[in-house]
Design a protein around this ligand. Structure first.
Ligand SMILES: N[C@@H](CCC(=O)N[C@@H](CS)C(=O)NCC(=O)O)C(=O)O
Length: 223
């Protein structure tokens, strides 16, 4: 069930969250605009977490490539998907990408970015031309959000992955992805511009708007 009214805490903190998320987007000079949509027979799987500056670089490439990916969030201390990365790749390092369409598996944000662009299209994300500023500004972006999406929040795992649309560059979408990440909720991410939307095949719910989605996640999946 989704209540209509924000709690007083949400009403106070949401505008602050939105403002600092906007700062994070500005620090990236608006990088992460969705490119032309690309089709993958099966979505590549991205293991990452929002509070990781390297993972942002990989997510911006996902956006640029316009390809939908299955995100398996791996915040620090996460138990749901982190172990799989160690098992599959040999170490806990993020981001990590698996593409079932080509059987490619890889660490390293630069390799992931190059691979996605080469395989699914788009141009090299522009921040990568800035050399060390790329990582530095991504780190500042993490700090602007007080490292949101780094630690876990107790949650119940949905049976089927949720489906989320929103652009990497969009401050509202970031607020949703941070929440999904901390709750270790797997989701099919379609990097598309516009108001963020969430569909939940487990309940049939369809929600738009970041504040509403965050509330839905809290009410339905927090334990
Ligand atoms: N050179 C790697 C660095 C990746 C990296 O250091 N990621 C950090 C998170 S920001 C990590 O995996 N730390 C170990 C952990 O979170 O357990 C890249 O560009 O992907």
């Amino acid at each position: 069930m989704q209540s209509r009214e924000p709690t007083p805490v949400d009403a106070i903190f949401y505008p602050i969250n939105l403002a600092t998320s906007f700062v994070a987007s500005v620090l990236r000079f608006g990088a992460g605009a969705p490119g032309a949509p690309a089709i993958a027979a099966t979505p590549p799987v991205l293991y990452e977490f929002e509070g990781c500056p390297f993972c942002r670089i990989a997510r911006e490439a996902v956006s640029e490539a316009g390809v939908a990916v299955l995100v398996r969030p791996c915040p620090k201390g996460g138990k749901r998907f982190r172990p799989a990365v160690v098992e599959l790749g040999g170490k806990a390092q993020f981001p990590y990408l698996i593409d079932p369409n080509t059987d490619e598996k890889m660490y390293e944000s630069a390799n992931i970015s190059r691979y996605l662009i080469k395989t699914y299209g788009g141009a090299r994300p522009f921040m990568q031309w800035t050399g060390p500023i790329d990582l530095l500004s991504s780190q500042f972006g993490v700090l602007a959000r007080l490292m949101a999406g780094t630690i876990t929040i107790k949650s119940r795992a949905p049976e089927k992955p949720l489906e989320f649309t929103g652009a990497e560059r969009d401050p509202r979408a970031r607020l949703v992805k941070e929440r999904l990440c901390s709750m270790e909720i797997e989701y099919l991410w379609r990097p598309i511009s516009g108001v963020p939307t969430l569909s939940d095949p487990n309940t049939g719910a369809s929600i738009s708007g970041a504040a509403e989605i965050r509330r839905y996640l809290k009410e339905n999946y927090r334990t």
